[in-house]
Design a binder for this molecule. Structure first.
Ligand code: NAD
Length: 268
């Protein structure tokens, strides 16, 4: 089996990565950073997001596994003391593959070619200088509302427990092919009005965010932030591609939600 392993870069994650490499060599697994079948991230959810973006061009061939060296992660759910068990399972057990939906974003500009991005958690749209974002939100090519505020967040189901949750969005089970639009501090008064509630769109619905005011936008795709000039529209839809996770034991989504957000506060 060909594998790639990515570390968060801190001493604990690096040490665990080296330990795992030695163990995987004993199993005659081959390290192949170009064409791996399994990609293992060692660190936290941020490390898994980095691994996803590194191998997002090979989603059909790759299964991801996350090991966490900090607190329990949503994507990184194997503990450091379990890595021997994980490697034995990788070699001996039938690999169950769980697929999660992704977000496709196409950014269109006044001139030049559109650019396409994939996000595992979410994309956000803001201005790059903290000024109010004024943008028309079209759903299925029909104007839904003119948004004024800090920005908009468009998340995947598995990203619904991340930034989207902090914005008051719903938690969505990743077996649903959907995307969610949440407002980031919208301006609502007698003059300006937005719907104020998160919107959940199915796979066959596309939305366009069309900036009304000029000026550069700041766009994020998961942990990656960049400025974009002369944007005419940002098109979002559920991607055709999916991310695949290798599973060797059940760890249901709602149990992960419970363990991450409820259990520790009740138990301590
Ligand atoms: P980071 O180091 O700031 O970590 C953000 C936190 O989000 C970490 O605790 C991580 O475990 C958690 N997280 C990431 N994905 C998650 C998911 N799908 N479900 C539940 N928790 C999740 O940044 P990072 O590690 O580079 O991660 C980038 C992510 O941070 C972005 O995709 C965004 O979702 C999140 N973020 C959250 C907020 C917020 O909650 N106010 C603000 C900005 C970004």
């Amino acid at each position: 089996m060909k594998y790639a392993i990515l570390s968060k870069g801190d001493s604990k994650s690096n040490a665990l990565m080296h330990k795992m490499k030695n163990y995987m060599n004993d199993f005659k697994m081959i390290e192949d950073t170009i064409a791996p079948e399994v990609v293992i991230s060692v660190g936290g959810d941020g490390t898994l997001l980095q691994a996803f973006h590194t191998y997002s061009h090979r989603l059909d061939e790759v299964s991801f596994v996350g090991v966490h060296t900090g607190h329990l992660g949503f994507y990184a759910d194997w503990l450091p003391h379990e890595v021997e068990k994980l490697i034995i399972a990788l070699n001996n057990d039938p690999m169950q593959k769980i697929e999660y939906p992704l977000l496709e974003v196409i950014v269109n500009y006044e001139t030049g070619r559109p650019t396409r991005y994939l996000a595992l958690n979410e994309a956000t749209v803001k201005t790059n200088n903290g000024a109010t974002l004024v943008a028309d939100l079209d759903i299925r090519h029909t104007l839904f509302e003119r948004f004024r505020g800090d920005g908009l967040c468009i998340s995947t189901p598995s990203g619904s427990t991340a930034y989207n949750k902090a914005l008051g969005g719903a938690l969505i089970h990743p077996s649903l092919d959907a995307m969610q639009i949440t407002e980031i501090a919208s301006i609502n008064n007698r003059v300006f009005r937005t719907v104020g509630s998160p919107l959940v769109l199915p796979k066959h619905h596309t939305c366009h965010i069309k900036p009304v005011t000029s000026g550069p936008l700041q766009l994020t795709f998961d942990h990656v932030t960049s400025d974009h000039r002369n944007v005419t529209s940002i098109q979002c839809r559920v991607a055709d591609e999916k991310i695949r996770f290798a599973r060797f034991r059940p760890f249901p989504f709602w149990k992960r939600v419970h363990d991450s957000f409820i259990a520790s506060s009740v138990d301590t």
